[in-house]
Design a binder for this molecule. Structure first.
Ligand SMILES: [Fe+2]
Length: 570
């Protein structure tokens, strides 16, 4: 089958899981968080839909689960955007890139959970980070007053500002702030998007931003990475807006074979006033990638894992009238999901000198089985980021039922149709950091299983005052567990692996007590258990409601905004 029907037919709900094989270890703790778009069916491309956040508790008998059971708990992100939509859905129009409305473009915040110390945020590429209560999963606030972002990216100054940003901001462990991006259209040096680096020190309600001088490009900045001294941005390359498609035409834009990378020194940014342009150091990487992760320690050069997305065009989605590469009508349950990879994917780690641009070392893995490099798991503790050992990667396998003829035609000079003829198994694979040598892998031979976003849970060794709050046993990604969710129409499962030897198979498996199915989920992340909301100064929705931003609204629409502002302020 192409992918489980339950990706779109199941709905998000609370349930409990139980151990159905193996034994659950006692030295695991904390929570696994997921982000997901709600897939209401109202949008042609589901990944733009409003966000949900989900928490799987890794200790049984907590968060409302009975003894011996594991709580799966769902929260809808009740942001100002979502509340306004629910009050007046009729004034929101849908397009291949989400909703627009007289209120502006909503922030769906549906892509990735971002735990940061004792606080939890969710993110997406077309909006600001959103803070969530880690205990109740309720909406708390958006990050940074829009004026401090330098105004919206485009579409006018409205109640709901459109901020084209990054789904993967990164928390700076030493400066206690968050690095992210803002993109805005410019005419110089060519027509395109100009990226800015954005910094939020989390003490207040304002961010700082510094445009990258002389840079204009046509893609997106999905991931932000960092070393001790550098911020690293990259054109993700695999999501390019197509103006023709937005106006109802056929898509003609294709993804690139190589993409630009921009590096800026953190101290050079923080030393200048917000809004002052800065000239980055520029490189190129190939293939394009969605996600990349630098080793934090840069004393011997900068080392970055690039999770390649060879022939993975994330802007292509499946329409009801599509046929797959074999000429069969697409599965109706796949409509609105993205078109899957059209080639096996490459993972590389490149170590380079940021001043000279000289490549010092390179590791690479690409095989016949490395299809649909989905997402990865790593040790996000400060200690683990400085000394990474293992990088755990999901490959979902080749899924010809989710590659459309339309996509194959668009890429006819780049796709090898013979290679996408058969379904292939999924794999959880562990690569050695630096060399990208394959250390271990586990096969998911049953192609009715679809593995999705894994996470690394460090071994719980009790509290150690000398360690950071996310640190476990030995740092790096080998000492602990890889938590591997498996989507299936036969019931959602969670496989738990010893991170040092995923090839030995799961040490335990959880399944819903009623074999519940789970719909599409996107990124996951691990965080220690936190059930209270940290004290902090936060932006309120009402802080941004100037008369100018309300000017385009009629009386009924203004009343909706006023009511929601009152609800949220209360
Ligand atoms: Fe992502």
């Amino acid at each position: 089958m192409p992918t489980p029907d339950s990706l779109t037919t199941a709905s998000h709900k609370d349930f409990d899981l139980e151990v159905v094989s193996g034994s659950w270890p006692s030295d695991i703790s904390g929570e696994m968080l997921f982000s997901a778009p709600a897939l209401s069916g109202a949008l042609p491309y589901g990944i733009f839909d409003f966000g949900a956040v989900i928490r799987l508790s890794l200790n049984p008998g907590t968060h409302g689960a009975p003894d011996g059971r594991f709580a799966w708990r769902v929260g809808s992100i009740e942001s100002p955007s979502k509340r306004i939509f629910d009050a007046m859905p009729e004034v929101f129009t849908s397009s291949p890139v989400g909703y627009t409305s007289p209120f502006g473009a909503p922030n769906s915040s549906n892509t990735a959970p971002l735990p940061w110390g004792d606080r939890l945020f969710t993110t997406w590429d077309a909006g600001r980070p959103v803070e969530i209560h880690p205990g109740t999963l309720e909406y708390v606030a958006e990050v940074g007053h829009v004026d401090s972002w330098g105004g919206p990216s485009m579409f006018g100054d409205t109640v709901l500002p459109f901020l084209f940003s990054s789904a993967h901001p990164v928390a700076d462990p030493e400066r206690d702030g968050l690095w992210t991006t803002k993109l805005e259209p410019v005419m110089e040096p060519t027509f395109g998007m100009r990226p800015s680096v954005v910094w939020w020190d989390r003490a207040g309600t304002e961010v700082k931003h510094w445009p990258l001088e002389g840079i204009a490009f046509a893609g997106s900045t999905h991931t932000v990475s960092q070393t001790r001294d550098w911020v690293i941005l990259c054109d993700s390359g695999n999501f390019k807006a197509d103006p023709g498609e937005m106006f109802g035409g056929e898509r003609t834009v294709t993804i690139d074979d190589a993409v630009p990378v921009w590096l800026v020194r953190k101290d050079d940014l923080l030393a200048r006033p917000s809004g002052t342009p800065i000239t980055p150091t520029c490189f190129t990487v190939s293939p394009p990638n969605g996600h990349f992760y630098a080793r934090y320690d840069d004393s011997e050069g900068i080392s970055v894992v690039w999770e390649g997305m060879d022939l993975m065009d994330l802007a292509l989605f499946i329409r009801p009238d599509d046929r797959d590469v074999h000429g069969n009508p697409v599965n109706p349950a796949s409509v609105g999901l993205y078109n899957m990879a059209m080639a096996p994917e490459t993972i590389t780690e490149i170590q380079f000198d940021p001043e000279s641009g000289k490549v010092l070392e390179r590791g690479l893995h690409r095989s016949d089985w490395t299809w649909n490099l989905q997402l990865s798991a790593m040790d996000w503790s400060t200690e683990g980021l400085s000394e990474p050992t293992l990088h755990h990667v999901n490959y979902q396998g080749c899924r010809p039922g989710r590659i459309t003829q339309r996509a194959a035609r668009l890429y006819e000079d780049r796709i090898d149709l013979a290679r996408v003829a058969e379904e292939t198994p999924g794999y959880l694979a562990s690569f050695e950091r630096g060399s990208m040598e394959l250390r271990s892998r586990w096969e998911y031979a049953d192609t009715s299983d679809l593995i999705t976003s894994p996470t690394f849970a460090p071994r719980d060794r009790g509290s150690d005052p000398a360690a950071s709050s996310y640190a476990g046993g030995e740092p790096g990604g080998h000492d602990g567990y890889v938590v591997q969710p498996v989507l299936s129409d036969d019931g959602f499962r969670v496989d738990l692996f010893d991170a040092s030897d995923v090839g030995a198979g799961p040490v335990a498996t959880l399944r819903g007590t009623k074999r519940e199915c789970v719909p599409l989920v996107l990124h996951s992340a691990w965080m220690p258990t936190v059930d209270t909301l940290a004290d902090a100064e936060r932006l309120r929705f009402s802080d941004e409601l100037s008369e100018a931003r309300l000017a385009g609204l009629d009386d009924d629409q203004r009343r909706v905004v006023a009511r929601i502002a009152e609800e949220l302020d209360g």
